[in-house]
Design a protein around this ligand. Sequence first.
Ligand SMILES: NC(=O)c1ccc[n+]([C@@H]2O[C@H](COP(=O)([O-])OP(=O)(O)OC[C@H]3O[C@@H](n4cnc5c(N)ncnc54)[C@H](OP(=O)(O)O)[C@@H]3O)[C@@H](O)[C@H]2O)c1
Length: 255
Amino acid sequence: MHSETAPTSRSLAIVSGGSRGLGLETARGLAAAGFDLALIAKDAQRLESARQSLLSEFAATQTGLTITTHPVDLEDQVATRKTATEISTTLATPKVLVLAHGVMSEKMSKTLRTTDVEWNRVININLNSVFILVNALAPAMADARDGRVVIYSACLGRMSGPGSAGGLAPYRISKAGVNSLVRNLAHETGLGARGFYVDAVCPNHTRTDMGGPDAPRSVEEGAETAIWLATGDIAQRGSENTTGVLWEDRKVVPW
Ligand SMILES: NC(=O)c1ccc[n+]([C@@H]2O[C@H](COP(=O)([O-])OP(=O)(O)OC[C@H]3O[C@@H](n4cnc5c(N)ncnc54)[C@H](OP(=O)(O)O)[C@@H]3O)[C@@H](O)[C@H]2O)c1
């Protein structure tokens, strides 16, 4: 773990997948909104270069910005639990937890064709680590009655429309699990009545390492709704279902 030492009164946002792509762009938006950051990803060097580039980008505008990095392979449940516990015992209670890590499954990963290894890889990274990170880091947020959890899901995880219409089985099913976790947890925590909000977001097809260079959306467009959910005024969310749902372009979409 690399950490700054200066004490800070700024609020903390934890961002997994913060080394690149949508996670890094979300971290950038949170830094611009005045948050300190704890970035989680697998590759320590990429995390450090994300940290350095954010520190230099915000040197003039965010005095005292503190960024810690926490490299861990989120496929490994024991290591994930250890890192999450380390974060929860050494850093301040976060106001924001954004989970933006993830992997796509292999192209031909149909249910009848995929392997145990591929199934477990994708479910461990995309779903089991989401449970562990939320289970370890969000209780303090719920107790503080002041927390926003935003989890990058995918429209490929929807039960309606083309969401789970076959193919990429481990990926689609992991994201359906994320959608279900979000709804279930929101009900368990009073649907926002206790100051704790938990939502899923579909960024749409975005130009990242996962989305590829020909995707229609920029990272700024893909990350906009997650940043809004993490920082925006709750009143802007509309009158019904203000949490525990799947969002796309600031609108609730059916699972
Ligand atoms: N891009 C799209 O079109 C799109 C569409 C729908 C949904 N999504 C979802 O949006 C989220 C972000 O996607 P993205 O496009 O930004 O992906 P990306 O550019 O491929 O970045 C993936 C991120 O996840 C981290 N990660 C992957 N495997 C990991 C592991 N085993 N342990 C720790 N960290 C790991 C990577 O860390 P390292 O740098 O250390 O590898 C990286 O920070 C994902 O949940 C994805 O499913 C994306």
